[in-house]
Design a protein around this ligand. Sequence first.
Ligand SMILES: N[C@@H](CCC(=O)N[C@@H](CS)C(=O)NCC(=O)O)C(=O)O
Length: 102
Amino acid sequence: MADDLKVLGLWTSPFVIRVRIMLNLKGLAYEYAEEDLGNKSALLLSSNPVHKTVLVLLHAGRPVNKSQIILQYIDKVWAGTRPTVLRCDPYKHAVTRFWVAG
Ligand SMILES: N[C@@H](CCC(=O)N[C@@H](CS)C(=O)NCC(=O)O)C(=O)O
């Protein structure tokens, strides 16, 4: 738990899966909590009060919401940890964002 990361997720969600793939690619350890969408946890509701959806990434207790924003956050915070998913070149970055948009 070196980086104090926690994912509130749902194993069938493609949004959750792509963030978990990125965490795994970067070799970041994280705690995983499966949510029951029929009975959302108080932590999920307080961490994502606007949309109340999974997923949520908690970094040192601070919530980051929406998978695309989370991917960018992870890439910036652990910029020195390969692989880098989002490109530095503005055009390549735009193309990557097109394909991950959701
Ligand atoms: N754009 C959001 C989509 C999140 C989303 O739609 N999550 C779904 C599960 S795949 C959810 O939590 N649905 C429950 C609800 O809407 O109450 C993201 O990228 O994180």
